[in-house]
Write a new protein. Structure first.
Length: 686
C-alpha cells in the first residue's frame, strides 16, 4: 500500500452545512474492528499520532497512513459527521506525497506506461523521459529527463488544484542533474476561476544545478484573481541545448499549516501560543542536532544550538560595517519592568551598550584565569569602576567614588600594599602609556621604583613639546613650564604669567635668568661645580660640639675635602666656652691629608668677651702641632679664638679638619659653639 496523506493540513473537515468541524475527532480503525491503526503527523512516519486524532479549531489536521482503514469523524460533542468502511488510501484525500498535487513521488503508474499517474509528459525530440527506479529520495521511484542534445521535456500536473490570491504557495522538490549547466525550471501556472491562464511563476530557473539530490524549498506568490494552478517540471530546457539527465522526486505543493484550537495545556489563537496550565512551562524541544529558531520577516532573530544567540543581519551582510545594525536583548520582570539590556546600535550604528537599570545595581565581567580561578575583570557600581588583571587579581585601573575616596583615579602596575622599597612589599612599577594605532609609544606618565628616574613624564614624539599647566580661579589655564626641544625652556611665575627663567641657544648666550616681576629678586645657590680655583672656601659650625673630661681631639664641622692643589691662607674664628668645675683650657689641632706646611706656623689669638680667666696671646705652632690654651672663661662667658695660618695642598685627594679637646681633663663640658667658622683662600700654585 502506498503512503497516503489521508488528511492534508490545508484540507478542512466540514459538516453537512459547510461549517468547519473545529475540535472534532478522527478515528482510524482496522477494517471491521475497533482497533486503531498507526497514523503519523509527517511523511517520514517519525511522529506518531494518538487516536482519536483531534482536529484544529478550523477543522484541519495532517494525517499520514499506509494501509486500508475504517474512518469515523465526530464533532467535539460526539455527533457523527462522516463514516466510511474499508477505505482504500489510494482513492482517498491526496494520494501519496505531494499535498495539493497527486503522486508527488511518482510511485503510482497504474497503466505501466512509465508516466506517473496524475501527470502529463511532453518530450523534446530525441529525449528519453520516464519513471526511474535506479535512484530516488522518497519511495522507490523518481522521474528522469534525458536529453541527447536537444532538450528533455516537461511533466505537468494533469488536473488543476485550487489556490487563492492571498496566501503564498510552498513548492518543495528534490532534484539533481548529471551536468550542472543544463537549464531546469520549476514553474507554477496560474489560472482564474474559469481556468483561463493568467501568468506563470518560475520559482526555480537555474543553469547551476546540484549534481546530487538537493531539496529546493520554493515560494510562489499568486497573482490577483488566481483560483487554480498547475505545476510544471521542466528537465533540460531546449533553450540551453545540452546532453544529460535531470531527476525529480518528492514534489510537494502546499500552503503553510494554519493551526488553531484548544489542546490539553495550550491554546493557539491568532499570533499567540498560550499555556493554559497556570503554573506550567512552555517548551520547544528539538531532537538531535535540531535548533529552535524564531524568524522575523525571513531573518533569524533568535536561534539555539549549543547556546542561545540573538541575531540581527546588517543590510550589507558585513558585521564590520554598522549599516542598519540594531538589536536589543532585554531582561524584564513579570510586570514588564526592564532591569537590564544589551544593545547594538543603541546610539550610533555599531555601538555596543550593556545597561543595568536596577537602582544601585552593579556590573561585573568575570573571567577565569589560567589556573581556573574566577576574577571580576571589570566591576562598576556605586563605589566606582575598577579593572583587574585576571592572571594575578591585581588592580590596574580604579576610579572610585569621589565622595567616599580622596583618590579620584588609581593606576596600578606591578603593585603591592607596601610602597616602601625597603619593606616586604618589594619594588613598585606603574604607568599610563599613550600609544598610537601602530602600537608605538607616544608618551607616558610612569613610576618605576628603583629605576632612573623614579617618576617620569615623557613625550616620545620627535621634536614634541611638553607643557605643565595649572588653573587659576575661573576658567583660564596658565603655563608653569614649557619645554620645546627646538626652542627654549621657559619657567613661568603663574599668577603674573611672567617668565622667570629661560634657556637660550649656546650662540645666544646659554642660560638667561630673568624675573620681570616688579620688586622681585633672584637667588642662586652655588654648588661645588661653581667653585673656581681661586674661590674662597668656607666652613661653618652648624651645632654645638661638646667634650667632657677628655683631652682626645675630636672633629668639628669645620672641614674641607678635595680642594684644588695650591697655597692657601687660612682664617677662622672659634667661639668656645668652658663650663668645667675648674678651668680646663682648650686644645686645637688640624688633621691634614694630602697637605704639607707652607710657612710651617699657624697662630691663635684669644680675646675674652665675658667671664674671668687669663687669655693666652699669640700662641703659635707648626701646622702639625696642637695649640693649647691653658685657661678659658668658665660659666656663662665665651671666648673668641682668632685663627691665622698658611697651608700648602699638594694632592687633589685631601682633607683639612679643625679638631678640639680639653687642654686639661676636667669633669664638665667644653663647648665648641655654633657660628664658629674657618675659611681658605688660594693665593698661589704649589
Amino acid at each position: 500500500m502506498a503512503l497516503n496523506n489521508i488528511i492534508a493540513s490545508r484540507q478542512q473537515v466540514q459538516n453537512s452545512q459547510g461549517v468547519p468541524v473545529g475540535g472534532g475527532q478522527v478515528f482510524l480503525y482496522e477494517p471491521g474492528t475497533t482497533t486503531f491503526i498507526s497514523a503519523f503527523a509527517d511523511s517520514g512516519l517519525v511522529t506518531p499520532l494518538t487516536q482519536p486524532i483531534r482536529l484544529s479549531g478550523s477543522g484541519r489536521a495532517n494525517v499520514w497512513i499506509t494501509r486500508d482503514c475504517d474512518i469515523r469523524i465526530e464533532d467535539r460533542n460526539g455527533n457523527l459527521i462522516l463514516t466510511e468502511d474499508n477505505a482504500n488510501p489510494d482513492a482517498l484525500g491526496t494520494s501519496e506525497i505531494g499535498g495539493l498535487v497527486p503522486n508527488g513521488s511518482f510511485e503510482i503508474d497504474s497503466d505501466a506506461n512509465n508516466i506517473p499517474d496524475g501527470w502529463t509528459l511532453v518530450s523534446e525530440a530525441g529525449a528519453t523521459n520516464s519513471i526511474d527506479t535506479s535512484e530516488s529520495t522518497d519511495g522507490a521511484q523518481s522521474f528522469r529527463f534525458t536529453s541527447s542534445g536537444s532538450g528533455g521535456g516537461s511533466l505537468t500536473t494533469t488536473d488543476f488544484f485550487p489556490v487563492n490570491d492571498v496566501d503564498q504557495l510552498r513548492v518543495n522538490v528534490d532534484l539533481r542533474s548529471t551536468l550542472a549547466t543544463v537549464r531546469n525550471i520549476v514553474r507554477v501556472e496560474w489560472y482564474d476561476v474559469s481556468q483561463i491562464p493568467i501568468s506563470n511563476s518560475d520559482v526555480y530557473d537555474s543553469t547551476a544545478n546540484p549534481t546530487v539530490f538537493t531539496t529546493q524549498n520554493l515560494v510562489a506568490t499568486p497573482p490577483a484573481l488566481a483560483r487554480f494552478a498547475k505545476l510544471r517540471l521542466i528537465g533540460i530546457d531546449p533553450s540551453v541545448a545540452l546532453a544529460g539527465s535531470t531527476y525529480y522526486d518528492r514534489v510537494e505543493v502546499f500552503y503553510p499549516a494554519v493551526v488553531s484550537g484548544v489542546f490539553d495545556n495550550i491554546t493557539i489563537q491568532n499570533n499567540e501560543i498560550i499555556t493554559t496550565n497556570l503554573n506550567g512551562d512552555l517548551f520547544l524541544r528539538p531532537n538531535g542536532t535540531g535548533r529552535v529558531v524564531l524568524e522575523r520577516n525571513g531573518v533569524e532573530v533568535i536561534t539555539t544550538a549549543d547556546s542561545a544567540a540573538v541575531i540581527a543581519s546588517p543590510s550589507n551582510g558585513n558585521p564590520a560595517t554598522p549599516d542598519a545594525l540594531a538589536v536589543t536583548l532585554s531582561l524584564r520582570s513579570q510586570d514588564d519592568n526592564e532591569y537590564a539590556n544589551l544593545n547594538v546600535g543603541a546610539g550610533d550604528p555599531g555601538d555596543l551598550q550593556l545597561r543595568n537599570f536596577a537602582l544601585g545595581g552593579a556590573f561585573a565581567l568575570t573571567l577565569n584565569n589560567s589556573t581556573g580561578g574566577a576574577v571580576d575583570a571589570i566591576t562598576a557600581g556605586d563605589d566606582g569602576v575598577a579593572l583587574r588583571d585576571p592572571n594575578n587579581d591585581e588592580t590596574r585601573l580604579r576610579i572610585p567614588d569621589a565622595t567616599v575616596d580622596d583618590v579620584h583615579v588609581y593606576i596600578g602596575g606591578t603593585l603591592n600594599n607596601n610602597p616602601d622599597p625597603g619593606g616586604a612589599g618589594g619594588d613598585q612599577d606603574a604607568g599610563i602609556y599613550f600609544v598610537n594605532q601602530t602600537d608605538q609609544l607616544a608618551g607616558l606618565v610612569g613610576f618605576d621604583e628603583g629605576g632612573s628616574p623614579d617618576m617620569q613624564l615623557a613625550n616620545y614624539v620627535a621634536d614634541g613639546t611638553l607643557s605643565l599647566q595649572v588653573r587659576l580661579t575661573g576658567p583660564n589655564f596658565r603655563l608653569g613650564l614649557d619645554i620645546d626641544p627646538q626652542g627654549s625652556t621657559d619657567i613661568y611665575h603663574v599668577p603674573s604669567n611672567a617668565i622667570v627663567a629661560q634657556t637660550l641657544t649656546p650662540a645666544a648666550g646659554g642660560l638667561q635668568v630673568n624675573n620681570t616681576l616688579t620688586g622681585a629678586g633672584l637667588e642662586r645657590v652655588l654648588t661645588a661645580s661653581d667653585i673656581g680655583a681661586n674661590a674662597i672656601q668656607f666652613a661653618e659650625q652648624g651645632a654645638d660640639d661638646t667634650v667632657n673630661n677628655s683631652t682626645t681631639l675630636v672633629d668639628t664641622d669645620l672641614t674641607f675635602t678635595n680642594i684644588p692643589t695650591g697655597r692657601y691662607v687660612m682664617h677662622g674664628l672659634v667661639r668656645a666656652r668652658d663650663v668645667a668645675v675648674s678651668g680646663c683650657g682648650i686644645r686645637l689641632g688640624l688633621t691634614l691629608t694630602g697637605v704639607s706646611s707652607f710657612i710651617n706656623v699657624w697662630r691663635v689669638s684669644v680675646k675674652i668677651f665675658a667671664g674671668s680667666g687669663t687669655p693666652s696671646d699669640d700662641v703659635q705652632g707648626l701646622a702639625s702641632d696642637v695649640i693649647s690654651i691653658p685657661g678659658l672663661p668658665t660659666g656663662s662667658g665665651s671666648a673668641s679664638l682668632l685663627i691665622i695660618g698658611n697651608i700648602e695642598v699638594t694632592s687633589g685627594t685631601n682633607e683639612v679638619t679643625l679638631q678640639f679637646a680639653q687642654n686639661t681633663a676636667q669633669v664638665g663640658d667644653l663647648d665648641f659653639e655654633t657660628g664658629s667658622f674657618l675659611s681658605l683662600q688660594r693665593v698661589g700654585d704649589v
